[in-house]
Design a protein around this ligand. Structure first.
Ligand code: SF4
Ligand code: SF4
Length: 439
C-alpha cells in the first residue's frame, strides 16, 4: 500500500464550545449540522483511529483533537481513542497525541491523563489579562483569563507538555513584547505559536461584522475581500513578528521555541513544516464529529466537503483528485507579484484563505498580510542565513545571540565616535542625533 503522511484535525464536538470568542470563525459552523448534539460517537471514533493508522506510513503518527472545545467530549472519549490507537498501531508506528484547548475545563484528572499519555496540549491564550479578555469571552460575556490560567497552572503542576497558541488581532498586535514576556517570564512557556486573526467578510456583511454580528452570525466561509475590524493588518502583523524575533534573538535561542522562527529556519534546509508557508498544501485536513472530511480546518464549508469516512476510505479521500487539486491550487493561484518576490522561498504567498487583496498592478489573489510577511522575512533572512551556516558547520544556532551582542557593541562604539550631525553608523541614512545617537 502506498502511504503518505498527512495531518488530520479531529473535531469530536464540531463547533461546540463553552466560550464565545468574538473573532472565532468556527462557532458558526454549527449551522452545517442543524439538530446535531455535536458529539462524536464510537463508530466514527473507531473509523477515525483505524483509518488514520492504516493510511499513515510507519514512524510518528499524530492523533490530533481540535474544536470547538474538544474537552467537552469528556475524558472517556480520549481514553478510548488512546486505547484504540495503541491497539491498532502497527509496530513501526508511534502515536503522538495533541489537543488544542481553551484550558478552562482542565482539572487534575485531565492533566494526569495528558501527562500519562504524553499528550501535547496547546492552550489558547492571547496575552496578559486585558489583552486576552478583549475577545476570549465566556458565554456570559465575561473574560475567561482566570479560568485559562487555572487550567494552565494545573497542566504545569502535572508536568504536561504545553504550547501556547496566541492569536494576534487588532487589539493585541501592538503589544508584542508585553505578550512575549508574559508568556516567557510569568508563565514559563517554552513553546509559542502566534496566529494572525484574519476575519474575512463580504461587502454585504461588513456592517454586521463590524457590529460583532449581533445574534445572527452567518455561516463563516472563505468569501469576500474585506477584513472585519478585529483582524490584524499586514503592517501590524509584520511589526509584531519582528519585535518578538528581536527579543528572542537576543537571549532565547535554544530555550524558547517560536513556531514561526523554527519554520523559517527549516525552510533554509528545504523543509516546509507548516502548510501556510509551504509551496503546496492539501495535507492538513479536518474531520467533523459525524465523519465528514473537509479539505482543511479553514475550509469546513459545503464546497470543500470531500466525503464521509464511514462511506469512503480516508486514504482515498486524502489522495483523491479533489484534494490533490486543492493542494496544488495554493501554488497555481500565486499572483505574479509573489512569483517575483525576494522572500517567496520563505513565504510562499501564505495561506490561500487570506489571499483576497490585490497586487499593486491590479492582480487579485495577494495575501492580506503580504506587507507584514515581506517585512518579517526580509528582517529575518540574514539571521536565518547565519543560523543555517552554524548548523551546517555542526554548531548550535545560539551563536547568533553572541553575534548580535558583538554587532551591537560595535555599533555603540561607532555611534559614540560619530558626530551628532553625521550619518548614523547603522546605515539608516538619518543623522546620528535622530537615530542611534538620539538621547
Ligand atoms: S488552506 Fe491554508 S491552512 Fe489550509 S492547508 Fe492550505 S495553507 Fe494550510
Ligand atoms: S511577501 Fe507578499 S509578495 Fe512575497 S510571497 Fe509573501 S505574499 Fe507574496
Amino acid at each position: 500500500m502506498d502511504r503518505h503522511a498527512f495531518h488530520l484535525l479531529g473535531k469530536p464536538t464540531g463547533a461546540a464550545c463553552n466560550l464565545d470568542c468574538s473573532y472565532c470563525f468556527f462557532l458558526s459552523k454549527e449551522q452545517l449540522y442543524p439538530g446535531s448534539r455535536f458529539r462524536m460517537d464510537d463508530t466514527v471514533l473507531e473509523a477515525w483511529v483505524r483509518q488514520l493508522l492504516d493510511a499513515q506510513p510507519d514512524g510518528e503518527v499524530h492523533l490530533a483533537w481540535q474544536g470547538g472545545e474538544p474537552t467537552l467530549m469528556g475524558l472517556p472519549h480520549f481514553a478510548r481513542a488512546v486505547a484504540l490507537a495503541e491497539t491498532w498501531r502497527r509496530p513501526g508506528q508511534r502515536v503522538r497525541y495533541t489537543v488544542q484547548t481553551n484550558a478552562t475545563r482542565i482539572d487534575d484528572d485531565w492533566a494526569g491523563f495528558f501527562r500519562d499519555h504524553d499528550v501535547l496540549v496547546g492552550v489558547s491564550l492571547d496575552g496578559p489579562r486585558a489583552l486576552h479578555d478583549r475577545h476570549r469571552l465566556t458565554k456570559g460575556g465575561t473574560g475567561s483569563f482566570d479560568q485559562v490560567l487555572a487550567g494552565w497552572a494545573c497542566l504545569q503542576r502535572h508536568g504536561v507538555q504545553t504550547n501556547i497558541l496566541c492569536t494576534v488581532h487588532a487589539d493585541n498586535a501592538g503589544q508584542p513584547l508585553p505578550i512575549y514576556r508574559f508568556f516567557r517570564d510569568e508563565l514559563g512557556a517554552r513553546h509559542l505559536q502566534f496566529i494572525p486573526v484574519v476575519e474575512r467578510v463580504t461587502e454585504e456583511q461588513a456592517d454586521r461584522a463590524d457590529a460583532r454580528w449581533g445574534t445572527a452570525r452567518p455561516l463563516y466561509t472563505q468569501a469576500g475581500d474585506r477584513a472585519a475590524p478585529r483582524s490584524v493588518d499586514g503592517p501590524a502583523w509584520g511589526r509584531f513578528l519582528v519585535a518578538v524575533f528581536d527579543a528572542w534573538l537576543r537571549r532565547d535561542i535554544g530555550t524558547v521555541f517560536v513556531q514561526a522562527f523554527d519554520v523559517a529556519l527549516a525552510a533554509k534546509f528545504g523543509r516546509h513544516e507548516l502548510c501556510i508557508h509551504a509551496p503546496a498544501c492539501g495535507d492538513a485536513l479536518a474531520l467533523e464529529h459525524n465523519g465528514d472530511l473537509y479539505s482543511c480546518d479553514h475550509y469546513v464549508e459545503p464546497g470543500y466537503r470531500l466525503g464521509n469516512i464511514l462511506q469512503a476510505p480516508l486514504a482515498d479521500l486524502v489522495a483523491g483528485p479533489t484534494q490533490r487539486a486543492f493542494g496544488r491550487a495554493k501554488q497555481e493561484s500565486l499572483p505574479q507579484y509573489c512569483r517575483q518576490c525576494d522572500v517567496l522561498d520563505l513565504c510562499q504567498g501564505g495561506c490561500p484563505k487570506d489571499r483576497f487583496a490585490t497586487t499593486p498592478d491590479g492582480e487579485p489573489g495577494l495575501n492580506h498580510l503580504c506587507e507584514g510577511y515581506r517585512a518579517f522575512f526580509r528582517h529575518l533572512d540574514p539571521w536565518l542565513e547565519f543560523m543555517a551556516a552554524e548548523l551546517r558547520a555542526g554548531r548550535p544556532p545560539s551563536a547568533a545571540m553572541r553575534e548580535v551582542a558583538r554587532r551591537e557593541a560595535a555599533l555603540s562604539a561607532a555611534v559614540a565616535r560619530a558626530g551628532r550631525n553625521e550619518p548614523c553608523p547603522c546605515g539608516s541614512g538619518r543623522k546620528t542625533k535622530h537615530c542611534h545617537g538620539a538621547n
